[in-house]
Design a protein around this ligand. Structure first.
Ligand SMILES: [Zn+2]
Length: 399
């Protein structure tokens, strides 16, 4: 038997929604819904929005949330790599607990799907992957995780090809990489290895690209060539790609067209400390653009990460000065796991929050009161309170 969710603000009005077996079966305007049902709960007028998909997270790098770990300025990416290694070394023991805490935090923010980059190198082997696979199993009813086998120290530079292959055979589904030029120092060797692994293991590709300016653009050209040569259209993503925002727009027209043609996705964390690809330009040329939070808490890269994708959407709107209704709402396709309008027959995956409409939610990023997956409330502030118990809400372990 299903249950009714009454007085929920969805699709521009107050409605009652019937949930059954994990799906939204009916959406009825509130004024037409006079009946009192045995199994109903009152959503108190909260706004219903889709849950989120985070396209770029690292769950294995967060520091303990209750301890400040000092960091110092660094002058190069390699120094940053070493700093991270040094800071993470003493934290190995509690990695599973920390990653679990981070994952729960993301779920409380309403993120129910995510692409997780997992560090792999000869020093740590597949230990981080084991942690994330354990959590993937643990959260299987609430979260969809896709795993990127990520050689943070460089695929070629750290000689991690065999380990990446093993990771792809043991649960990762995407080949990761970082800066074929700047880190691996050999664009052709790096891309050859990446694409060969991708073909051999039938895996997608997601490359961190920090290399600046025209070096970055040249690397993108080569990534396009390899994508076409290996028939990997629609299976390749480039994360960050700062170079697309660093070089003058006119100089990026040709490469942006090629990226669209090769169906390569550009993923941005909406950085405030470096240039960002020009999203409107990319989208107008047919490029698929997605957003990830990248840093989910205190880590060696930044003290500002929080894993809240709705807040990241607000940052995106602020950065581009998208301050009218339409452009505020235009943020959702970059962060949402499903369309913003709900229809009968949709999966019952949604969040409830205190906002007047979707554009208000982007502008204010309010607390997620309820996060519902397959018709069951699994996270959110209200789940911790008597509200859930008193509302006859179907919650984990209750019904
Ligand atoms: Zn990253």
């Amino acid at each position: 038997m299903g249950q009714w969710l009454k007085r929920v603000h969805v699709n521009d009005g107050l409605n009652s929604i019937y949930l059954d077996e994990g799906f939204i079966r009916r959406i009825v305007p509130e004024e037409q819904s006079h009946l009192t049902y045995e199994r109903e709960w009152d959503a108190q007028g909260f706004l219903m929005l889709p849950t989120f998909k985070d396209y770029h997270v690292h769950l294995d790098k967060s520091f303990p949330s209750n301890r400040w770990i000092s960091r110092k300025p660094v002058s190069s990416l390699f120094e940053q790599f070493q700093l991270e290694k040094d800071l993470m070394a003493p934290l190995k023991r509690n990695q599973l607990d920390r990653a679990r805490q981070t994952l729960q935090q993301l779920l409380d923010y309403g993120t129910t799907e995510m692409r997780v980059h997992v560090d792999i190198d000869p020093d740590i082997g597949l230990s981080h992957l084991e942690t994330i696979l354990t959590l993937k199993e643990e959260f299987i009813s609430k979260l969809k995780l896709e795993i990127v086998a990520f050689p943070q120290q460089g695929l070629i530079r750290s000689s991690s090809q065999n380990l990446i292959k093993q990771a792809l055979q043991q649960g990762a589904s995407i080949v990761g990489a970082v800066d074929p030029a700047g880190v691996d120092q050999d664009i052709e060797a790096s891309l050859s290895a990446i694409f060969r692994l991708s073909v051999e293991c039938d895996a997608e590709i997601d490359i961190h690209l920090h290399d600046p300016g025209h070096l970055g653009l040249f690397t993108l050209e080569r990534i396009v060539d390899y994508t076409l040569r290996y028939g990997k259209q629609g299976k390749v993503a480039v994360s960050h790609a700062y170079c697309l925002g660093e070089v003058e727009e006119a100089a990026t027209h040709a490469i942006v067209g090629k990226i669209a043609e090769a169906d390569i996705t550009i993923i941005s964390s909406v950085p405030i400390d470096s240039a960002m690809p020009r999203v409107s330009h990319l989208v107008s040329q047919g490029v698929n653009v997605r957003v990830g939070t990248d840093h989910t808490g205190l880590d060696a890269w930044t003290p500002f990460g929080d894993g809240d994708l709705l807040s990241r959407g607000r940052r995106m709107a602020e950065k581009y000065m998208w301050n009218d209704d339409d452009r505020l709402c235009s943020v959702f396709p970059y962060i949402a796991a499903s369309p913003i309008r709900f229809r009968e027959g949709d999966k019952a995956n949604f969040i409830l929050l205190d906002a007047l409409n979707p554009q208000h939610a982007i502008a204010t990023a309010p607390t997620r009161e309820i996060v519902c997956v397959n018709g069951t409330a699994v996270a959110g502030r209200k789940l911790q309170t008597a509200w859930a118990a008193n509302s006859n809400l179907k919650t984990e372990g209750c019904l």
